[in-house]
Design a protein around this ligand. Sequence first.
Ligand SMILES: NC(=O)c1ccc[n+]([C@@H]2O[C@H](COP(=O)([O-])OP(=O)(O)OC[C@H]3O[C@@H](n4cnc5c(N)ncnc54)[C@H](O)[C@@H]3O)[C@@H](O)[C@H]2O)c1
Length: 278
Amino acid sequence: MSYNLLKGKKGIIFGALDEKSIAWKIAARAHEEGAVFTLSNTPVALRFGEINKLAEQCNAEIIPADATSVHDIEHVFNRSMEIMGGKVDFILHSIGMSLNVRKHRDYDDLDYDFFQKTIDISALSFHKMLQVAKKLDAINEWGSVLALSYIAAQRTLVGYNDMADAKALLESIARSFGYIYGREKFIRVNTISQSPTRTTAGSGIKGIDGLLDFTERMAPLGNATADECADFSIVMFSDLSRKVTMQNIYHDGGFSSMAMSQKAMTQYNKCLDEEEPA
Ligand SMILES: NC(=O)c1ccc[n+]([C@@H]2O[C@H](COP(=O)([O-])OP(=O)(O)OC[C@H]3O[C@@H](n4cnc5c(N)ncnc54)[C@H](O)[C@@H]3O)[C@@H](O)[C@H]2O)c1
């Protein structure tokens, strides 16, 4: 259902790769809610070709960019303002990647070149976007900037590896830049800490099936889906959340406040029973 919450708003959406991507769902919802926007992803992701479908569906232009390159990001902002005829109102950073995770390097055996890449792609790119946007004066007053995070920034989860450090930095950047951008331009900067979700990046997490089952049993409302994340992101981009800034907001069905649930306890006890000798 559409409420026209983003009618008249312009944006830039980074990180839609395929139909499972959280950014894809957010773009589709933003379109339904009346927004116009550009899409950006790496040249490699564009060659993959899926994003063309989304661009067609949303009548959006695609601008290639490696989010670790300030030069590329400047191009995305300049070109977006050219296409849409002025400053933007919202930006989505939905980008994450760890070569240590991909190459199965454990946290006590990290490759440091990979680690730097993880931080650059998954966290510093957010600072770069904010700094470029501010220098170009590319965001309208009361605009909204969002990045996607994960609870591994606060709590240790087996297998999340150096992405946990990247998410901790990402959330810190949202607070530090949120202060400056709020003070000077009334622009809000937040992160959404989303439930584990079966996407290309999500499937890279070690033991994702067990993790999804565990968080589903622990969260009183169950895991939040990518579609539900899209709904919430629309609220965060809309004028209905004008005074929310510098926050990391859990969108996880209540998982982050739980320590043990009835459903998880039942499952855990079953495992203990199985271990009992007959
Ligand atoms: N899937 C989950 O379980 C989950 C949970 C919480 C948060 N998140 C976060 O949500 C965001 C989106 O991930 P997703 O789950 O939709 O997976 P996804 O794989 O669909 O999206 C990740 C995106 O990052 C892009 N990317 C990688 N390197 C890049 C670079 N150098 N420059 C520009 N773009 C680059 C990829 O092309 C891809 O589009 C990520 O920040 C991820 O950490 C995911």
